[in-house]
Design a binder for this molecule. Sequence first.
Ligand SMILES: [Fe+2]
Ligand SMILES: [Fe+2]
Length: 161
Amino acid sequence: MLISDKINAAFNAQIGHELGNSNQYVAIAVYFDAESLKGLAKIFYKQAEEERGHAMKFLEFLIDAGGKVEIPAIPAVQNAFASAEAAAQLAFDAEIRTTNQINDLVTLAIAEKNYIAQNFLQWFVNEQLEEVSSAQTNLDVIKKAGSNLLTVEAYMAHANK
Ligand SMILES: [Fe+2]
Ligand SMILES: [Fe+2]
């Protein structure tokens, strides 16, 4: 086994966090979909798929490293939102929390001098820069649009071409 029990457990926990984020983004996409905001819904359905992909990366790493995959219980997500801004804020907060989780994993891998785990985690360090940046943009654009969310739809259709 190329990783300690401690790293193995921490990576299993992260699989749970990534799957939890995936579920949360499906719920946000459904909220926008029900509001006929198809552009925003599409962004979050796609984001949900990406989060599942992140969980799979950790899972595959554990298998390759001779670890043991144990998918933890996934907490219930928030399904109701007071506004589009509230939904976008929740997504932004989730990305900040995830960044802190990834940083903690890097700290652990460094403490254990586990260079394989450190190298694997670098992809996630870079990914979080993009994730936080795009979550910030979504939140900013929704805030600027105020009650006219159709301008957000137009912006997203243009910006995500
Ligand atoms: Fe992720
Ligand atoms: Fe993410």
